[in-house]
Design a protein around this ligand. Structure first.
Ligand code: IVH
Length: 728
C-alpha cells in the first residue's frame, strides 16, 4: 500500500502516522543489515524496543497494519491447506548435464554456438556461472515494491501460496525501495576481494532506484548447515523433554522444504531459513530485456535492491572457463556454509537468451552441471558390531551397496550405542547415507515411512551386546564413557589381530607384507597370539599356510628380520598403549631417552613431558603396571628387537614450538611423512585441516583444496624450500 492509498486522517493521528513510517524504514534497514549484509547496526535490545513501539502503534491503529510491516514477519493463523497460485510466467526447470565436467560444459557451449549460428572464428560466448543451491525454488511477487505473494514452484504452472511462511525469512525484503542503495554502497568489500557482483567503483545500477511496478524475484530458499545443526540440536532437546510430534531433520534441504510447507507460520518462523536470488519472473510494465542488457546486470541490481545474491558468481567466456569454474567449486564446495548440488551456466546476454528461447519446458540458454551426489538412499541390511584394537565396540550399518560421493559404500559407522539409538537406525530401514569429501561415510538419518503406504513393521531398536561378539568376554561401558569395550584383551581374536596390525604398520616397526589377510590366518590358526609370537613363527609355519608361496613366506621372514632394527618412538607407538599416538611416543622418547625410564616413571614424572596430560600419564602407568605387558616388552627385546637409546633431553631447541602446519600436495625432497617427523622434532604440530589457527600451509606440487582454503583464510603458504629453511 502506498501513502496515497491511505485514508485522510485527523491531525491528532498525524504524528503517530509519521512515527509509524519512520519505524518501518528504520526496522527494515536494521533487518537488512542484520540478515542480508550480516553486519548488524544496532544492538538486539534496541531493535526489540523499536519493534515493540511499532507494535504499540499498530495496536492503537489496526487499520494501519500493512503486509510489509516488520511486525508481519511473524504471526498469522495456521492454515488448513495452501491456496494454489497460477504463475504469471511459468517456473521452468533446467536441463541437467551429469557428464564429466569438460564434456558437459563443452556440449552446452557447442549447442549454444550452433543455435546462434556462430562460426568457429567468432568470439567466445559470455556466460554467467553460478552455484546450484540445494533448497527450494520460490517466486516472490512484489507490487509497487511490496511483497504481496510468495509461491513454491509446484508443477511449474501452479504452485502453492506460502506467503505467510516466507514473510518470516529475515533475508527476504518485505518491501523494496531506493533507500537500500546507501546500505549497499557502504557494504562493499575491499578492493581486490570483490566478487564479480560488485561493479568497478561500486556504483549500483542506474536503474536501481526505479523498482518496476510488478517484479517477481526468483531464487532458492535454503538452510545454512550451521543453522541446520543448531535446529536439530534444539529438536533433540524437545524430543528429550517429551514434546509430542517433534523430530529431527535428515538434511538442510528437507528442513528448509519442511519449513516452507509448514501450515503453521509460527512454527515456520522458528526455522532459520536463508535465501539467494538468481533470476526474475514477471516484470512489468517494462520487460526485463528493456531494463537490463545482461543477466549479470540483473543480479547486480537485485542485490542493490536488498536481495541476497551469492558471491560465488563469475562472468566467463567459452567452455574452458566454464570447466575451470566447475573444478574450482568442486574443490571448495565443502567449505561453503550451505549445500549445493552443482553449478549452473547461463548465457549472459539477455538478447541472446531471447534468441535461444526454449525447448519444451527448458531454456536453451541455461544448463545445470551437477556434482556426484553426496547423499543417497539405501537399505540397512544388518547392524554389525566390530571390535577395535583397544576393545572398543563399534556398531556398523551394513548397507545395500550405493554409489555416493564418488565411491560405492557398503558400510557406515554408527559410532556408538547412543548415536545408533539417537538416529534410531534399524535393520530394514531406508536411510540416507552421506559421504562428503574424504570423510568416512555416515548414516545421516532414517527416511520416514511414506504416509500413503501401509505402515511396515520395524525391527527392534539397536542394543549393544553385553558380551563381545568375537570372544564372548564381558563388554562393559564405564561411567562417563560413550563406548562399550571388550574386556578380553589379547584373548580376544579381534583385539589380538588389530594389535598385531598396529605394531606391524609402516609408522610403527614396519613389517612389510604383513597385511590383514595374513594376520587373520595366523591368529585364527592359533599360530600367533602375542606380539613376540610374530618373531617365533619361522619359515616353515608360514610356508605351510594356505595360499602361501615359499617366496612370499621368505619375504615375510626377511621383513620380520628387518623390522627388528627400529627406533624407540616407533616401538613405543607400536605397543598400542591407549592415547599414545606417534607424536606422544616421540615426546616420551625424547624426554626420557630410554624405555626402562618410561616404564618406571611415576605419573608425576610423566606429566613433565610435552603433550602428556593426566589421561595419557594414567594410561601409560596402567599399561606398564600390568605384568603381562612388561613381559611382552621383555620378550620382544629377547627376540632381538633393538633400537638406539638416547640421553634424556628435557630441553633441546624447538624452533617451531607453538606453530601448526598443514601439509598438502607432493613434497618432492622430503615426502610428507619425513616432513611431518621433522616439523614435530622441531616442536611444531602437523594437522590435517586448515583453520584460522594454522600457522603455515606447506604446499607441494598438485596441492588441492587445502591450498585454496589457506588462501581464503589468509593463512601463510610455504613451499618445500621455505620449510627446509625453517627447519635448519
Ligand atoms: S535458474 C530457467 N539458477 O534448480 C532457469 N536455478 O531446474 C530457472 N536452482 O529447482 C532456474 N540454483 O530452484 C537457477 N543458480 C540457480 C539455481 C537454480 C538452484 C534450482 C531451481 C530449480 C532447479 C532448476
Amino acid at each position: 500500500m502506498t501513502k496515497q492509498e491511505i485514508d485522510p486522517m485527523p491531525e491528532a493521528n498525524n504524528l503517530d502516522r509519521q512515527r509509524l513510517e519512520a519505524l518501518h524504514s528504520e526496522l527494515h534497514r536494521h533487518a537488512h543489515n542484520y540478515y542480508v549484509l550480516d553486519a548488524p547496526t544496532v544492538p538486539d535490545a534496541e531493535y526489540d524496543r523499536l519493534f515493540r513501539e511499532l507494535q504499540a502503534i499498530e495496536a492503537a491503529y489496526p487499520q494501519w497494519i500493512t503486509p510489509d510491516s516488520p511486525t508481519q514477519r511473524v504471526g498469522g493463523k495456521p492454515l488448513d491447506q495452501f491456496a494454489s497460485v497460477r504463475h504469471a510466467v511459468p517456473m521452468l526447470s533446467i536441463r541437467t548435464e551429469t557428464d564429466t565436467e569438460s564434456s558437459g560444459a563443452q556440449a552446452f557451449d557447442t549447442r549454444v554456438r550452433k543455435e546462434l549460428e556462430l562460426t568457429e572464428t567468432e568470439a567466445a560466448v559470455e556466460y554467467v556461472a553460478e552455484l546450484k543451491f540445494d533448497g527450494l525454488a520460490i517466486n516472490l511477487r512484489y507490487e509497487n515494491g511490496v511483497l504481496v505473494q510468495a509461491a513454491t514452484r509446484g508443477d511449474g504452472e501452479n504452485g502453492e501460496d506460502v506467503t505467510q511462511n516466507i514473510r518470516t525469512v529475515g533475508q527476504i525484503p518485505l518491501r523494496i525501495s531506493a533507500p537500500r542503495l546507501a546500505a549497499v554502497g557502504a557494504a562493499l568489500p575491499p578492493e581486490g576481494t570483490r566478487s564479480a557482483l560488485e561493479r568497478p567503483g561500486g556504483e549500483p545500477s542506474l536503474l536501481a532506484d526505479e523498482v518496476p511496478k510488478v517484479l517477481e524475484v526468483r531464487g532458492e530458499v535454503y538452510m545454512r548447515r550451521d543453522d541446520f545443526e543448531a535446529l536439530n540440536e534444539r529438536q533433540r532437546g524437545r524430543i528429550a523433554a517429551g514434546e509430542k510430534g517433534e523430530k529431527t531433520f535428515v538434511n538442510p534441504r528437507n528442513a528448509a522444504a519442511g519449513a516452507v510447507r509448514q501450515l503453521d507460520p509460527a512454527i515456520a518462523a522458528q526455522r532459520p531459513l536463508s535465501f539467494f536470488a538468481y533470476g526474475v519472473g514477471e516484470v512489468a510494465p517494462q520487460s526485463v530485456g528493456s531494463l537490463f542488457a545482461t543477466h549479470m546486470e540483473l543480479l547486480q541490481t537485485l542485490k542493490s535492491w536488498g536481495f541476497p545474491v551469492a558471491d560465488e558468481i563469475r562472468v566467463v567466456r567459452g567452455a574452458d572457463e566454464l570447466v575451470a569454474f566447475h573444478q574450482n567449486i568442486a574443490l571448495t564446495r565443502d567449505q561453503l556454509p550451505f549445500d549445493i548440488d552443482g553449478v549452473v551456466y547461463k548465457v549472459n546476454s539477455l538478447a541472446l537468451q531471447q534468441r535461444l528461447g526454449f525447448v519444451t519446458r527448458e531454456p536453451r540458454w541455461a544448463v545445470a552441471h551437477k556434482f556426484p551426489a553426496q547423499e543417497q538412499m539405501t537399505t540397512v541390511l544388518a547392524i554389525d558390531v566390530q571390535v577395535g584394537r583397544t576393545g572398543k565396540l563399534t556398531p556398523v550399518a551394513k548397507l545395500a551397496p550405493v554409489f555416493v560421493g564418488g565411491v560405492t559404500v557398503t558400510n557406515a559407522t554408527l559410532h556408538n550405542e547412543d548415536e545408533a539409538r539417537r538416529k534410531d537406525v534399524r535393520v530394514g530401514d531406508t536411510v540416507i547415507v552421506r559421504r562428503a569429501g574424504d570423510v568416512i561415510p555416515e548414516v545421516v538419518g532414517v527416511v520416514p515411512q511414506a504416509a500413503d503406504q501401509p505402515p511396515r513393521e520395524r525391527s527392534a531398536i539397536f542394543t549393544m551386546p553385553r558380551i563381545c561378539p568375537v570372544c564372548g568376554s564381558a563388554a562393559v561401558r564405564e561411567e562417563g564413557e560413550a563406548d562399550y569395550r571388550c574386556t578380553g584383551g589379547l584373548f580376544c581374536n579381534a583385539q589380538c589381530k588389530q594389535a598385531i596390525l598396529h605394531f606391524a604398520q609402516r609408522r610403527a616397526v614396519e613389517i612389510e607384507g604383513l597385511g590383514d589377510k595374513l594376520v587373520e590366518q595366523l591368529v585364527d590358526a592359533n599360530i600367533i597370539r602375542t606380539l613376540p609370537d610374530l618373531y617365533r613363527v619361522g619359515f616353515v609355519a608360514l610356508a605351510s599356510l594356505e595360499r602361501m608361496a615359499e617366496k612370499s613366506a621368505q619375504n615375510i621372514v626377511d621383513a620380520l628380520e628387518k623390522s627388528k632394527q627400529t627406533t624407540l618412538p616407533r616401538f613405543l607407538f607400536g605397543l598400542g598403549i591407549r592415547h599414545v599416538g606417534e607424536a606422544t611416543a616421540k615426546e616420551l622418547a625424547r624426554h626420557f631417552g630410554g624405555l626402562d625410564a618410561i616404564m618406571d616413571a611415576t605419573e608425576e614424572a610423566l606429566l613433565q613431558v610435552n603433550d602428556v596430560g593426566p589421561i595419557v600419564a594414567k594410561s601409560l602407568r596402567t599399561f606398564f603396571d600390568q605384568a603381562h605387558n612388561r613381559e611382552v616388552v621383555e620378550q620382544l627385546r629377547a627376540c632381538g628387537i633393538y633400537w638406539e637409546e638416547g640421553a634424556a633431553s628435557a630441553d633441546s631447541p624447538k624452533p617451531l614450538a607453538g606453530m601448526t602446519f598443514v601439509l598438502t600436495g607432493t613434497l618432492p625432497t622430503l615426502g610428507r611423512d619425513d616432513a611431518k617427523d621433522k616439523i614435530e622434532a622441531a616442536g611444531g604440530k602437523v594437522s590435517g585441516s586448515v583453520s584460522k589457527k594454522t600457522s603455515y600451509v606447506v604446499a607441494g606440487t598438485e596441492a588441492g583444496s587445502k591450498l585454496t582454503k589457506a588462501q581464503e583464510l589468509g593463512v601463510a603458504v610455504l613451499d618445500e624450500a621455505a620449510l627446509l629453511e625453517m627447519l635448519k
